[in-house]
Ligand binder design. Structure first.
Ligand SMILES: C[S@@+](CC[C@H](N)C(=O)[O-])C[C@H]1O[C@@H](n2cnc3c(N)ncnc32)[C@H](O)[C@@H]1O
Length: 412
C-alpha cells in the first residue's frame, strides 16, 4: 500500500495525446523554447511516471522508433500489462519498471529528454509529489521537457466538501472499493433528492453523477477515491518546480496555446500587467475558473527569437484528426466567436487528407497564391485549437503497429 494511494483496482487503458513528444515540442516552440529534438528522427529518451497500463508509452514506442520509452508504476498489474502489450506487439524500445517514485530515484537511469506524469500529481500525497519532482530534477537532461497534469484551484474548490463526504462514506464501508464507491454514489443521489442544498447548488455534483453513470469504474476509483486527493494552485506547482531548476514553459492544452483565442483584449492587458509568469498563470486560472492543467516545464531553457519561432512553427508536421470531419471553422470561447473559414484553412485540410505534411510544404503548394506561409501557420494554430489537426512527427515505418492495435483491441 502506497501512503495515501489505493491498491488493487486497475486503471483504464487510455492514450494521452498531450504527452506525445511531437505535441510537447510544439508547445515548447509556441512558447519560445527550443525543444529537445532538432528532428523527429533524432534518438531520444522518454519516461512516463505513473504510466498505468502503459498504453501511451506503447503507442508512442510503436510510432516513434527513434525513442526509448520507459514506464514506471507502483502497481505490478499495470506493469505486467504494459510489458505483455509490448511483447505481443513486437515492440522492443520500451522498458517498464514496477516501483514507487521514491524507489526509482535510486536507479541509475540514463537521463531523459522528456519526463511526463499525467493524472498522478493530484492523487498522491505531498511526500510522493516531492519524489516525483525529485525524479524529474535528477533525470531530466538540460534542455529536456517535463509535463505534469493536475487538478487545479480555483476550479476544484467547489468539489472539496463533496470529496470529503465521498471518502467519509467509503471510510465506513466494509466492502471492496468498487462496491463502496457505488454505495457512496447512491447516497449522494438520495441526499440530492432529499434536498441537500450544497449538492443541489453545485454543478460539479451533477457532472460527477453523470460521469459515475458513464465512465469505467477503474477511472472513477482512481479519480475520486484516492485519500491523498489534493488539487493545487498553478503558482504553487510552478514554485515547487522552480526549486528544482524546472522553469514553466506553457500549458499543453491546445486551446491554451494562444491567449488571443480565449481572453478578451482587456483581460490580456491585465494578464500582461502580472509582475511574474506564474502570477500571470494564476490570473488566468482565476479568470477561467480553471479546474485542470497540463503544465510543461524545461530544464535550462534555450530561448527562441520571433524569427526562429516562426521558422520552427512552419517546419512542423501536422496530421488531420480523422474524428473531426465537416468542421465549420469557428470556435466559441470565453473571448467570443472566432472564425477562420478562410482559404488557408481549406488548403490545410485538403492537403492533410493525403497524410501528415509540413506547414511550409502546404504553403509552398497552395492553389491560391495569395495565401502566405504566415497565413498557414496562423490558421494552423486555430485548427489545432479546435482539434481538427494535431502536431505529429514525420511519418516513418511502424512495423509493430498492426500487432499493437490488435493487442489493445483484445486486451491482454
Ligand atoms: C490515474 S493513474 C494514471 C495512469 C496514466 N498516467 C494515464 O493517464 O493513463 C495514476 C497512476 O500512478 C500510479 N502511482 C500512484 N502513486 C505512485 C507512486 N508513489 N509511485 C509510482 N506510481 C504511482 C498508480 O498506480 C496509477 O497507475
Amino acid at each position: 500500500m502506497i501512503e495515501g494511494y489505493l491498491p488493487d483496482v486497475p486503471y483504464m487503458a487510455t492514450f494521452i495525446r498531450e504527452i506525445a513528444p511531437s505535441w510537447l515540442d510544439r508547445v515548447a516552440v509556441g512558447n519560445g523554447v527550443l525543444p529537445p529534438r532538432a528532428s523527429s528522427q533524432q534518438s531520444f529518451r522518454y519516461c512516463e511516471l505513473g504510466c498505468g497500463l502503459g498504453v501511451t508509452p506503447n503507442i508512442l514506442a510503436a510510432t516513434c522508433p527513434s525513442g526509448v520509452f520507459v514506464g514506471i508504476d507502483v502497481l505490478d498489474y499495470h506493469i505486467d500489462y504494459a510489458k505483455k502489450t509490448s511483447a505481443a506487439s513486437g515492440i522492443t524500445n520500451t522498458l517498464f519498471k514496477a516501483g514507487t517514485f521514491e524507489e526509482t530515484l535510486d536507479e541509475q537511469f540514463e537521463a531523459f529528454d522528456y519526463i511526463v506524469a499525467h493524472g498522478v500529481y493530484s492523487w498522491i500525497d505531498q511526500a510522493n509529489c516531492n519524489h516525483l519532482l525529485n525524479f524529474m530534477e535528477r533525470f531530466l537532461k538540460p534542455g529536456g521537457l517535463c509535463y505534469i497534469s493536475y487538478n487545479t484551484l480555483p476550479g476544484w474548490n467547489r468539489w472539496a466538501p463533496v470529496q470529503k463526504l465521498l471518502l467519509s462514506i467509503i471510510d465506513s464501508c466494509e466492502d471492496d472499493p468498487i462496491t463502496c464507491f457505488k454505495t457512496a454514489v447512491e447516497t449522494i443521489r438520495e441526499m440530492k433528492i432529499l434536498g441537500a442544498r450544497y449538492l443541489n447548488d453545485n454543478v460539479m455534483v451533477d457532472e460527477f453523477l453523470n460521469r459515475a453513470d458513464r465512465l469505467q469504474i477503474g477511472y472513477l476509483v482512481h479519480e475520486y477515491l484516492i485519500p491523498a486527493w489534493n488539487p493545487a494552485y498553478s503558482i504553487d506547482v510552478s514554485s515547487e518546480c522552480k526549486k528544482r531548476g524546472l522553469t514553466f514553459v506553457g500549458n499543453a492544452e491546445q486551446i491554451k496555446q494562444r491567449d488571443d483565442f480565449i481572453f478578451k483584449k482587456n483581460q490580456i492587458q491585465l494578464l500582461d500587467s502580472s509582475s511574474y509568469p506564474s502570477l500571470r498563470e494564476l490570473n488566468k486560472d482565476i479568470i477561467l475558473n480553471t479546474s485542470f492543467r497540463r503544465d510543461v516545464f524545461v530544464k535550462s531553457a534555450k530561448n527562441l527569437n520571433t524569427e526562429e519561432i516562426f521558422n520552427m512553427k512552419s517546419e512542423q508536421v501536422f496530421a488531420l484528426n480523422p474524428a473531426s470531419k465537416d468542421q465549420d471553422f469557428m470556435m466559441r470561447t470565453a473571448a467570443g466567436t472566432l472564425r477562420f473559414d478562410n482559404q488557408a484553412a481549406k488548403e490545410i485540410v485538403a492537403k492533410l487528407l493525403c497524410g501528415p505534411i509540413k506547414l511550409s510544404d502546404i504553403a509552398s503548394d497552395c492553389m491560391d497564391e495569395s495565401v502566405t506561409t504566415g497565413d498557414v501557420v496562423n490558421t494552423a494554430d486555430a485548427l489545432w485549437a479546435v482539434d481538427i489537426i494535431r502536431p505529429v512527427d514525420q511519418q516513418v515505418e511502424c512495423p509493430s503497429l498492426d500487432k499493437l492495435n490488435a493487442a489493445l483491441k483484445l486486451g491482454i
